[in-house]
Design a protein around this ligand. Structure first.
Ligand SMILES: *Cc1c(COP(=O)(O)O)cnc(C)c1O
Length: 355
């Protein structure tokens, strides 16, 4: 797709929040990118317009049948003032895998990356610069056809919004408490768990809010059928270091294939650390702990990058991991990934792309 992106700049730029107030996903920049899809024209009318509410028909299919997919990636400012994206090509490939599963037409990943770069350059002043802060990029696609028939929509909108976000760990990398969910299910083979689809989150919110009430920061999901095998955390993939080996659940159709997960696997491989992608049961984790072999647990995802897990709860059982302290692999992975993302460390695998 080689269409020209039309640009309409805002006449009312808004005040930007102080970097201590940012939090996650609460503030949005002055502009957004949009493009439309129709059967006749395909994806067309790419444009950057002032950030504003959408006007939509109440019969728009997304409101009724949930045809919606999204992505999440970040732009980081380097010490020399350059902006870097981290592996955006992987987000675009995943976006098209999500599209495929939900019956949404494919988009040109290269074109969307180009649109994201153009948008960020326009709203460049919004990129926060304090340590640990970044610009979160949220592309999403929604079904816009006004029709209550149950089938795929014939029209869509792709939108990209940008949100300056604060440091995930305001007080430095800190281990979290996680509850293993044994009644609710997030996703099942054959469903949409491997797609970054809005509906997966709708299915997960109730368990997440119960976990929060119980004092846990996230939910660890088990497989839907037997409630035995580990899948992933709310919005992160999960890794276990047991007896010197690093193990993560294999991609099985119900787990989201994270960009951070893939990057962690590649880094560990390059450090000659043994890694296994396989089925792993929750029982195995508790047994490894009983034998004194459970060394580290950490989640991986764009928002936190690496999130060390300090405690795990499963029904009435509890494990304290590494005395509730950050393990050496978690720390090294965090330092290496954030180092590459912010240009502080060399990028031998060419993971970053200048904006
Ligand atoms: C986005 C997401 C992840 C993490 O993926 P990254 O590409 O590493 O950010 C993991 N699990 C779920 C359910 C997600 O939606």
């Amino acid at each position: 797709m080689t269409q020209e992106i039309s640009i309409q700049l805002t006449t009312e730029p808004r005040t930007r929040p102080d970097s201590e107030k940012l939090g996650f996903g609460k503030y949005f920049t002055d502009h957004m990118f949009m493009m439309d899809y129709t059967l006749e024209q395909g994806w067309h009318n790419p444009r950057i317009v002032p950030y504003a509410p959408l006007q939509m028909d109440p019969a728009s299919m997304v409101f009724h049948y949930g045809q919606a997919v999204f992505e999440g990636l970040k732009a980081y400012q380097t010490s020399t003032g350059e902006l870097l994206l981290f592996r955006p090509d992987k987000n675009m490939k995943r976006l098209n895998r999500s599209n495929e599963r939900l019956g949404i037409p494919e988009v040109s990943g290269d074109f969307v990356i180009e649109a994201i770069r153009t948008l960020i350059n326009i709203d460049r002043a919004w990129v926060p610069t304090a340590p640990g802060t970044s610009l979160y990029i949220r592309p999403f696609i929604i079904a816009t056809e006004a029709c209550l028939g149950v089938r795929e929509s014939h029209t869509y909108q792709l939108i990209v919004i940008l949100s300056p976000v604060g440091a995930y760990y305001s007080g430095g990398l800190a281990p979290v408490k996680i509850n293993v969910e044994s009644s609710y299910t997030r996703a099942v083979q054959g469903g949409i768990g491997h797609a970054k689809a809005a509906g997966n989150y709708a299915a997960s919110i109730k368990a997440q809010s119960n976990a929060k009430k119980g004092g846990y920061s996230q939910v660890l999901w088990l497989d839907a059928l037997e409630k035995k095998y580990i899948e992933e955390v709310g919005s992160m993939n999960i890794f276990f270091k047991i007896g010197g080996k690093v193990i993560t659940p294999a991609i099985n159709g119900s787990i989201l294939e994270g960009v951070t997960r893939a990057s962690v696997l590649e880094l560990l491989g390059s450090w000659n650390i043994p890694v296994e992608e396989r089925k792993i049961s929750i029982e195995e984790i508790f047994e490894a702990n009983a034998k004194g072999e459970l060394e580290e647990v950490f989640g991986t995802g764009t928002a936190a990058v690496i999130s060390p897990v300090g405690e795990l709860y499963w029904n009435d059982r509890q494990v304290l991991i590494n005395n509730g302290q950050i393990g050496p692999y978690s720390q090294k992975l965090y330092d290496t990934l954030t180092g590459i993302q912010t240009g502080r460390l060399p990028d031998p695998l060419k993971w970053t792309m200048p904006v």
